[in-house]
Design a protein around this ligand. Structure first.
Ligand SMILES: *Cc1c(COP(=O)(O)O)cnc(C)c1O
Length: 400
């Protein structure tokens, strides 16, 4: 059993002051009051004060990947996370490239769909709902097709919560002389992606996940030599990472209206992230959240889709109880009435729901989530939360 700390690690974790429910979802998520408060003033996008924020934001994000050789740069892009994934793909993949997409959920599928829109050649290894893509099968696919130039992997596949083995995959990709891109949208800022430990050409994330900002922009951290070569590649003016990078480096400005308030909120989110001990501290709080949640829910009889080591500290999938009196919609509504917004599941074979561990909340909140689930089950007349047998058979396919 992992050691579980139930005490508040930081006094700065306080309940939502506006009485709104906790968002136990993978972004947008619950943010600190001071993050919301930082949006209460206006900024001129051309003004030196705002340009200083942009510069600082880029520097701090770069520090999170431990790029001591200064081979990488950080390029923020307006829009939601998907805009930034598309920007990365269009800018880092040459038009004549062929990409192997590792799919085990909705976000992997979306990446393949984006490549279809972009007209970039690609093949897919699809592992279904949640099984992890492994190094040996990636190696075999690369060996079988020498034309494949790039591989893209999802770090934490948020649709199941699985933590994909990016380091194992990176070693195989570079061992075969190919290049890796990573969608670390839901993991960056809480799980390490140190460039000296995991090799890649570019990685993406957004403001409203583990850094705990509000939605409005994302960022690409890419190798400078690749950023140079990206010139003229993008099909899109707005999503051209090279052009955004060049403009930011020469003028300090975003090319088009930046989400100024979102950036101001993000600066406060970065300050809280630093104060908590950076990637390590943030990752610890989330792991602790997960441990308290999973232990408590298991005690109620719930079973998780994933077992260690695949269970991420980002979001956890639970099987719906097989009990006749259980109905997700009523469970959801009753949880919401108690102040907790949960998330429906995405598995095709068995019914499930998800609970996020990320956002401005700690183990004490997760204990209240478990208590609320217990009360709701009692109210519904569900005295046994165990899943159908088929769910456990399904899970047995997952070997470490
Ligand atoms: C959240 C997320 C995205 C981006 O989703 P948006 O809704 O466009 O912000 C992409 N990939 C993963 C793995 C995610 O979790």
């Amino acid at each position: 059993m992992p050691q579980i700390l139930v005490t508040n690690q930081k006094p700065s974790i306080e309940a939502p002051r506006l009485g709104e429910p906790y968002l136990l979802t993978p972004g947008p998520l619950t943010t600190a009051f001071s993050v919301k408060e930082a949006m209460l003033r206006d900024w001129g996008s051309w003004d030196g004060d705002f340009r200083a924020m942009t510069a600082q934001l880029r520097t701090e994000l770069l520090e999170m990947v431990g790029d001591s050789d200064q081979q990488f740069d950080c390029v923020p892009i307006q829009g939601s996370g998907t805009f930034v994934v598309e920007a990365m793909l269009a800018s880092f993949l040459p038009r004549d490239s062929k990409t192997l997409v590792l799919v085990n959920g909705a976000y992997g599928k979306r990446t393949a769909e984006t490549l279809r829109y972009l007209g970039r050649d690609h093949v897919v290894i699809d592992k279904g709902d949640y099984l992890p893509p492994r190094g040996d099968e990636v190696a075999a696919a690369l060996k079988a097709d020498p034309v494949i130039s790039h591989v893209i992997v999802i770090h934490c596949e948020t649709s199941s919560g699985i933590l994909n083995p990016i380091q194992e995959i990176s070693e195989v990709v570079y061992g075969a002389g190919r290049k890796l891109l990573i969608d670390s949208m839901s993991a960056f800022g809480a799980l390490p992606v140190d460039v000296e430990t995991v090799r890649y050409e570019a990685i993406v994330s957004s403001a409203n996940k583990c850094i705990e900002g509000v939605p409005g922009f994302g960022f690409v951290i890419g190798r400078k030599s690749e950023l140079e070569q990206a010139k003229g590649r993008s099909h899109s003016l707005c999503l051209d990472v090279h052009a955004q990078w060049q403009t930011m480096n020469t003028t300090g400005q975003w090319r088009f209206t930046p989400p100024t308030h979102v950036v101001a909120a993000f600066m406060e989110a970065l300050r809280l992230h630093r104060e908590e001990g950076g990637v390590h501290g943030r990752g610890q709080r989330y792991s602790n959240n997960r441990d308290v949640l999973v232990a408590g829910m298991r005690e109620l009889g719930f079973e998780t889709l994933l077992t260690e080591p695949w269970l991420s500290p980002i979001i956890v999938t639970f099987f719906n109880p097989v009990h006749d009196a259980f109905e997700f919609k009523s469970f959801y509504d009753a949880m919401k009435a108690r102040g907790f917004i949960i998330y429906p599941g995405k598995l095709t074979i068995v019914d499930s729901f998800r609970i996020g561990c990320i956002g401005h909340m700690d183990a004490a909140v997760m204990q209240r989530v478990v208590q609320a689930a217990k009360d709701v089950l009692a109210e519904m007349g569900v005295d046994d939360a165990s899943p159908p047998e088929i769910a456990l058979q399904e899970r047995a396919k997952l070997s470490a």
